[in-house]
Design a protein around this ligand. Sequence first.
Ligand code: PMP
Ligand code: GLN
Length: 380
Amino acid sequence: LVSRLPHVGTTVFTRMSQLAIDHGAVNLGQGFPDFACDPALVDLVTDAMRAGHNQYPPMTGLPALRQAIAAKIEATYGHRYDANTDITVTAGASQAIQSAILAVVHPGDEVIVIEPAYDCYAPAIALAGGVVVPVTMRLDADGYRVEWADVRAAVTPRTRMVVINTPHNPTGTILRQADLDALVAIVQDTQILVLSDEVYEHMVFDGEPHASVARHPALAERAFVVSSFGKTFHVTGWKIGYVAAPAALMVEFRKVHQYNVFCVNAPMQHAIAGYLQDPAPWRDLPAFYQAKRDLFRAGLAASRFTLLPSDGTYFQCVRYDAISDLSEAEFAEWLTREIKVAAIPVSAFYSQLKESHVVRFCFAKKDETLQLALERLAQL
Ligand code: PMP
Ligand code: GLN
């Protein structure tokens, strides 16, 4: 059998979570909360099931949920998406991303991916027959940043799409207004599309706004904007999110979506449609995660780790040059086995091996979990 994805193995998240279990380590590797979601949200799901919402909902998503999403985006970013034509409910952001790529990338098309990059973009591009064109973020004492001149230099007549991700997994970097202006300057007057992965949209710290592509008409008119309720409502196991895009793009998206999952589970759509009526949960999220970020950073201050900035997401990247000269993969394994704290090597987020002596910790954990991890890490 000739593999469609010859270079793909089991994801680093699965491997590191298994290693954490095998060694009884505190798992700060794979990104997921270890605390419960709001019990009111669970009640809404069971209410929906008891009310009989257990058959196929519409292919595009429950109308009440699409309307609630459109209203939330308009209230937050000022852009009006049509709930009927511009929004589709998806089985997590992952399915939105894969279906969007399969819908518009043709064999031989180039897709610019900014690295380090979350691991689901490249396999989807490969399955579409596209070519990943990586652009590496610059890393210095101020952290990682996108050098837009490098993105511009990567554009060719075959460029179909640019994938951006803000707040950024794994680095915790955020794009700002000036970054999106630079992207506009690159794509305007071209046919290049944008895929904007904004699953951490409500985890931006220090009072900064989230620079959503939805705020920029010049980008929104050519963009798929993706988000995930798994992140915003602490329910990563529910696998429910959405994609918003102009109607012409959404027509193509839905052609793929209807044969990929057809639709997304009904009870959770009912529950989230109701839960979205109150903005408090996402309004309070930046402060909630900022407190965890600050706790985690303060706990590492006395160690020999060098903290990189974490302006958004629930991830903290650290350099470990002063502790070890192991490769990132080896260091993450050593931390898990010997120190009993699991982390993710950032080298896993590049298409070509790149070693920067950086690992990623997830701080979406109970304070006690973070304290336990810090007791172990602070000795290093
Ligand atoms: N994009 C990024 C940057 C992520 O970190 C994640 C979380 N795994 C996803 C997409 C996928 O989100 P979901 O779990 O909703 O599919
Ligand atoms: N987004 C999560 C992370 O970056 C992982 C989700 C997964 O395991 N695929 O850790």
